[in-house]
Design a protein around this ligand. Structure first.
Ligand code: ADP
Ligand code: MG
Length: 274
């Protein structure tokens, strides 16, 4: 599996949200998307998930244009975990929600294998005892686990996650991100995930894209992307970055004036290639 994003732009009406975004993800890779609020991370993931259609540009899965893939095939290729707080469109139990992840694979009803996959996804995320509970009765962290379990049960080739760990406790942050790494490493799969936490992003992503105002500001290894200069220019924060055996440790120290890219367009490495 190979994902190519070629010169993708997207706007909500007249408000541009993505401009000329180009990158590639290879099989086995975990690509992390970071960037300040409103920089276009969720919009990019929704374009990859075919929830939104880019105005310009193309998204290719193994060379096939996502725009022309039939709906059922999209479900086999792509698993999408929306950001926390996205409500369920209809009332359902935890079990039903996770079983729904199998939909692209179902032929004439639910097979033993479907049930086994769902059972193990529930168990992995510690949801077995909650299986019969209504989704809307759960805490936001528990709901987030259900959405992750649903995407894993789907067994997609490309897993897209929007802030999967934002509402999880420490232990599940580590467990879920480790599982996501294993997911990418096994078979012919890849992961694109938006992470708010720069420390976790540096540890669990092979490469990072730093978005700012809808453009790729920097891309490459976590060490190359998460520099104090880049963090200052995009987040408007003075940060200390140190290396540890568990990835980078980014300590935000203090806000600094206006993010520099507002003042100095030269700072934007427009269309940086990955
Ligand atoms: P991020 O996930 O990085 O915080 P988003 O992709 O959600 O950013 O948003 C990018 C930009 O698009 C922001 O300026 C945001 O206000 C705008 N935006 C997001 N969703 C919508 C929408 N449904 N309608 C109009 N503007 C939107
Ligand atoms: Mg977002």
């Amino acid at each position: 599996m190979r994902l190519q994003v070629e010169e993708v732009s997207f706007a909500y009406g007249s408000i541009p949200a993505l401009e000329n975004v180009t990158f590639k993800v290879r099989a086995g890779e975990v690509l992390g998307i970071v960037g300040p609020n409103g920089s276009g991370k969720s919009t990019l993931l929704k374009c990859l998930a075919k929830v939104l259609k880019p105005r310009v540009g193309a998204i290719l899965l193994d060379g096939k244009n996502l725009a022309s893939l039939p709906g059922r095939e999209v479900g086999r290729y792509l698993g999408y975990v929306p950001p926390p707080g996205t409500g369920s469109p209809f009332p359902c139990t935890v079990l039903e929600a996770v079983l729904h992840g199998r939909r692209p694979h179902l032929t004439w009803g639910v097979s033993q294998r479907d049930l086994a996959v769902v059972t193990s996804a529930l168990a992995f995320l510690g949801l077995t005892d909650l299986a019969e509970r209504q989704l809307e009765e759960l805490s936001s962290g528990q709901r987030q686990k259900v959405l992750i379990a649903r995407a894993l049960a789907q067994e997609p080739e490309v897993l897209l996650l929007d802030e999967p760990t934002a509402t999880l406790d420490l232990r599940y942050q580590l467990e879920v991100l480790s599982l996501i790494r294993e997911f990418a490493a096994s078979k012919d799969r890849l992961v694109v995930m938006v992470l708010h936490d720069l420390n976790l992003a540096s540890r669990f992503a092979d490469r990072l894209i730093l978005l700012c105002e809808g453009r790729i500001f920097a891309a490459g290894s976590p060490k190359a992307v998460l520099t104090p200069e880049n963090i200052r220019a995009t987040y408007g924060v003075e940060a200390v970055v140190s290396e540890t055996q568990w990835g980078l440790q980014v300590i935000p120290v203090a806000p600094v004036g206006i993010p520099a890219q507002d003042k100095d367009p030269q700072l934007r490495k427009v269309g940086a290639q990955v």
